[in-house]
Design a protein around this ligand. Structure first.
Ligand SMILES: NC(=O)c1ccc[n+]([C@@H]2O[C@H](COP(=O)([O-])OP(=O)(O)OC[C@H]3O[C@@H](n4cnc5c(N)ncnc54)[C@H](OP(=O)(O)O)[C@@H]3O)[C@@H](O)[C@H]2O)c1
Length: 219
């Protein structure tokens, strides 16, 4: 798999993927040489590349960057790929984007527009990176946590569901990308179900908790 963006969430997903026996190709904006330390720590399952080469590395590519970087992604290399979008829009960091401010588009629909030919599935955007690491559990564990995913392609969602299952989480289908506002910043399912940020351990959130939080979202 490829990972574009190797900050808090990107490296956590890479860590879980490598732990699950997968090969992760990480990238950032500054170049692969700046990821040498992270790759060495993650071990032989991890390597670093340019974002273009990370995009080409597998059928599944995680895009985990600030929304302001969407225009700098290697769109051509992502044609035909399933793109997992972890990103949250924050005007204080990303600047104001009118279509997101007025709710005309979800940030995942914006990403989908920037990446014609890729199939976008939103996932991981609602969980703090420390909790993502600490709450991962094998399938069948009584205290397994669930993550919402949103997307327009059933086959891409199935692919992302299988990936998320392999790294330690169940999945709740949150509908199409147009409905992904239900899991965006500040929604009931965003952060809160997994416990306060002050605790690195977090608290497990089962399927019913995630379904109820999604249903409680209002615009
Ligand atoms: N942190 C969390 O707990 C969390 C949880 C859920 C979702 N999110 C969301 O997930 C996204 C990533 O968050 P984060 O906290 O991991 O961010 P972060 O720690 O600031 O890392 C951002 C990464 O994106 C890279 N990047 C920026 N522009 C790029 C480009 N054009 N091409 C390739 N890589 C690029 C940066 O590379 P350089 O350092 O080389 O510039 C950096 O590796 C954000 O949208 C955030 O809102 C974060």
């Amino acid at each position: 798999m490829g990972i574009i963006g190797s900050g808090q969430i990107g490296t956590t997903i890479a860590r879980l993927a490598v732990r699950a026996g997968q090969q992760a190709v990480l990238s950032n904006s500054r170049g692969p040489e700046t990821l040498a330390g992270v790759v060495a720590e993650l071990g032989p399952g991890a390597s670093a590349a340019t974002s273009r080469d990370a995009a080409a590395a597998g059928d599944l590519v995680v895009v985990t960057v600030p929304v302001s970087a969407f225009t700098n992604l290697p769109a051509e290399a992502l044609v035909g790929k399933t793109v997992v979008d972890t990103c949250n829009y924050g005007p204080e960091r990303d600047g104001h984007l009118p279509e997101l401010d007025d709710g005309t588009l979800t940030s995942s629909e914006l990403l989908s527009r920037q990446l014609p030919g890729a199939v976008v599935v939103k996932a991981f955007n609602n969980i703090y990176f420390e909790h993502l690491l600490s709450l991962a559990r094998a399938a069948g564990a009584a205290d397994r946590s669930y993550l919402p995913i949103a997307g327009d392609s059933p086959s891409a969602k199935a692919q992302v569901t299988a990936f998320i299952d392999s790294i330690g989480y169940g999945v709740v289908d949150a509908g199409p990308l147009a409905d992904s506002w239900r899991q965006e910043t500040g929604s009931p399912v965003w952060g809160t179900p997994y416990g306060p940020y002050s605790s690195k351990e977090g608290q497990p959130a089962d399927e019913d908790v995630i379904r109820a939080a999604l249903a409680a979202a209002t615009r």
